[in-house]
Design a binder for this molecule. Structure first.
Ligand SMILES: *Cc1c(COP(=O)(O)O)cnc(C)c1O
Length: 464
């Protein structure tokens, strides 16, 4: 048995290496490390690999498996829908029940001024749709020169050409000659890196006012919109100070530009609210969603279109020349409906707010006491740990030591998925985690930070 399993594993690994090009992966490095870990099944908050290891999924897949693995109701919803109507499009004056019901439910769950939804297959496509909606809106308003969309450095808005252009990941821009024209980036509200000597209130205002500066630089009548994640996810769980979003909102209002909230991570309970915008008091005109809408069981994304844009683009704009074959895919919509209904019936969002977040926050912050941790921060059920060489002055380890990658490798071999963004470790567990899982996450993280500190000390000659 054991031999068969390990033969199967090595065969899979070698075929994986030969044929499967993974997203965001250095395949030479992966090959040298012995190939990829093969995840074969999952249950609740745990994933299992082909060697039989049980691993606590501290990332909810990729920020998406909010209800955890193994929810039969979601499987049943997909199965029933696929038997009834596995596919039909909504292009030629047709529609179908799952897309209708999901649009209605999303309008109900979203903040007050949202009554329309455009479906996509992913978060990247949702943000590409935003670019087109924004430009169409201003064109219909007789202001076609309002073309420029302002985004932020180190933002993540997806990996299509549009999404990667809005995003502020310099490595992606370099490889793909991006951004496309008409997109500008301002500095992010990352206090640990950029504002350690200021109060959070001051730093938040300062970073928000960079938007005003950029609007004036580009020209008031040339700016179309600002886009931001309420909390930057892939950039390293960057939680803006409380003064940041109100000031961004003020500036958008003052100059009349559209405000887009990319809620691909923050929607559907991640921050203890149905939408993260509510938590920060943001009043967006457009919202992107994906990931948690189906708990990742099937791919689905979309754009919630607020009334300001809907009244122009939908009510009097004629045909909006945009759409995807899989816009409103029936099976994906059926799974999203089942997922959101379970969340409502089991009061998942309320539970995150009242119970899980406070417990997670208290336990996660303890990691800040570790000798190589400069800060442990969290909001809702996302958190980040900054690995540093010197706690007092926040000095980092030399990049060549890859402290974050080391820590990540220790974590996964000790039964915890924690992701590394440079030397920032991030977590985003399923929303159904119980206190015992949070204890396990924090204890394993501490142990792996110890292992990381030990291995770095033996190589760099520091005491930690
Ligand atoms: C993941 C993500 C995206 C991209 O979504 P895909 O489904 O991977 O295309 C966009 N924005 C944010 C904030 C994300 O986290």
């Amino acid at each position: 048995m054991a031999t068969n399993a390990s033969n199967q594993t090595s065969e899979w690994k070698s075929n994986d290496n030969r044929h499967y090009m993974h997203p965001f992966t250095d395949h030479k490095e992966l090959g040298e490390k012995g190939g990829a870990r093969i995840i074969t099944h999952a249950d609740g908050v745990y994933i299992f690999d082909s060697d039989g290891n049980k691993i606590l999924d501290g990332m909810a897949g990729l920020w998406c498996v909010n209800l955890g693995y193994g929810r039969g109701e979601l499987v049943d919803a997909a199965t029933a829908q696929m038997r009834e109507l596995p596919y039909y499009n909504s292009f030629f004056q047709c529609t179908h029940p799952p897309a209708i019901e999901l649009s209605e439910l999303l309008s109900e769950l979203s903040p007050g001024n949202f009554n329309h939804v455009f479906f996509t297959g992913s978060g990247s496509e949702a943000n590409d749709t935003q670019i087109r909606l924004i430009r169409r809106y201003w064109d219909l308003q007789g202001q076609p020169d309002r073309m420029t969309i302002i985004a932020r450095k180190n933002a993540y808005h997806g990996s299509t050409l549009g999404g990667a252009s809005l995003g502020g990941m310099s490595a992606m821009h370099q490889q793909m000659m991006l951004p496309v024209p008409g997109i500008e980036h301002i500095e992010q509200p990352y206090q640990f890196e950029l504002g350690a000597d200021m109060t959070p209130a001051e730093f938040g205002l300062q970073q928000a006012r960079l938007l005003e500066k950029k609007i004036l630089e580009v020209g008031v009548d040339k700016v179309a919109a600002f886009i931001g994640e309420p909390v930057q996810g892939a950039g390293g769980v960057i939680i803006p100070p409380h003064t940041y979003w109100p000031e961004i909102q003020r500036i958008c209002d003052e100059y009349g530009i559209l405000l887009v909230a990319d809620e691909v991570i923050t929607a559907f309970g991640r921050l203890g609210q149905w939408f993260g915008s509510t938590r920060f008091g943001i009043r967006p005109d457009l919202i992107s969603f994906a990931k948690g809408v189906t708990s990742g069981y099937l791919p689905l994304g979309g754009t919630l279109v607020g009334d300001r844009v809907a009244e122009v683009v939908i009510a009097r704009g004629g045909e909006f020349a945009h759409g995807y074959t899989y816009s409103g895919h029936p099976a994906a919509c059926a799974v999203a409906l089942a997922n959101l209904k379970i969340m409502r019936a089991e009061k998942i969002v309320e539970r995150v707010k009242a119970h899980t977040e406070p417990y997670f926050s208290k336990r996660f912050r303890e990691l800040g006491d570790h000798p190589i941790v400069g800060e442990a921060r969290s909001i809702g059920l996302v958190g980040a740990i900054e690995i540093v060489r010197n706690k007092a002055n926040r000095e980092r380890f030399d990049k060549k030591f890859k402290a974050g990658m080391r820590c990540r490798d220790f974590c996964v071999s000790n039964g915890l998925v924690m992701r590394a963004v440079g030397d920032t470790m991030i977590v985003s567990p399923p929303l159904i985690v119980e206190d015992g899982h949070i204890d396990e996450l924090v204890e394993k993280a501490w142990k792996c930070l110890d292992l990381t500190a030990g291995s770095l000390a033996s190589e760099t000659g520091t005491s930690g």
